[in-house]
Design a protein around this ligand. Structure first.
Ligand SMILES: [Zn+2]
Length: 281
């Protein structure tokens, strides 16, 4: 079963750049027929518990989130977005779902312990990994396919060899640090489908030797040519991407986390097609 975690607040109260895609893509998912059987089920998240968020972020950052006007306006929806990823991660880790797709209203990969930028407020994946470690999991694979460098996630886990961080970005070269398990996949600006998929296939092949227990995919469709992220991908790439990742992860389970992207037409095609791939047996 694929668990889809969704809340209507993501579309109404999410970040102004990100929110227009939420409702149309969820309606497209409903129209697809995927929700009619038992293979794909929708769950509503609760806000992430504050004590978990406060373990990941500094008191100064929490204070800034509560008091600075440009942060405070997204405080509630950022907690709910983190709760969405947390629910997805816990369901997969506990075997309640094989795979999951977590909608969000704010993103997370530019949120560091003590700061944030780029439509990100709390690092949803880092907070979820902390929680899964409380449940006994130790080793994690993060595949960040959002074209922007996930600096916040790197600041959390860059020195932690038990988190293998594949991080697509705009640089012209790739760099692998095998001691810390950080793989920066630089595919430049204007990267196209073929280049992206072959680099992804290669990166997932490298990560197979790392004995991870669960995989997070930071999915930003700002990689689409019509979106704002500086890659030139087409909608055809996303189900292919999902298949490569799903086949490499196998039965360990994968949690897709919605990240950058603004164009409703892109999300409305990509998200149902990716969830369909995740639901295949
Ligand atoms: Zn991005």
């Amino acid at each position: 079963m694929v668990a889809v975690i969704y809340h209507e607040d993501f579309g109404s109260k999410g970040h102004s750049v990100l929110k227009a895609r939420i409702k149309p893509s969820f309606e497209a998912l409903a129209r697809s027929g995927l929700l009619e059987g038992d293979d794909v089920q929708v769950f509503e998240p609760a806000p992430a518990p504050l004590e978990l968020v406060e373990k990941a972020h500094t008191p100064e950052h929490m204070e800034s989130m509560r008091t600075e006007s440009y942060n405070r306006m997204y405080y509630d929806v950022a907690l709910l977005s983190t709760g969405s990823v947390l629910k997805a991660a816990e369901m997969v880790a506990k075997g309640e779902a094989q795979n999951a797709f977590a909608y969000t209203g704010t993103a997370g990969h530019h949120a560091s312990p003590g700061s944030c930028w780029g439509f990100c407020y709390f690092n949803d994946v880092a907070i979820s990994i902390q929680r899964l470690r409380e449940l006994g999991l130790e080793r994690f694979l993060i595949v960040d396919v959002d074209p922007h460098f996930g600096d916040g996630t790197r600041n959390f886990f860059g020195d932690d060899p038990n988190v293998y961080h594949i991080n697509f970005n705009h640089q012209s070269n790739s760099n692998f640090d095998g001691n810390k398990n950080n793989y920066d996949v630089g595919i430049g600006f204007d990267a196209e489908d073929g280049q992206f998929l072959s680099e992804l296939d290669n990166a997932m092949g490298m990560a197979k030797d790392f004995d991870f227990q669960i995989c997070f995919v930071i999915f930003g469709h700002d990689s689409h040519a019509d979106d704002y992220g500086g890659f030139e991908l087409t909608t055809a790439v996303y189900p292919k991407m999902a298949r490569i990742i799903k086949e490499a992860v196998g039965d360990k389970g994968v949690v897709f986390v919605l990240s950058g992207g603004s164009v409703p037409e892109v999300a409305s095609k990509a998200i149902p097609e990716m969830i369909s791939v995740l639901a295949e047996r």
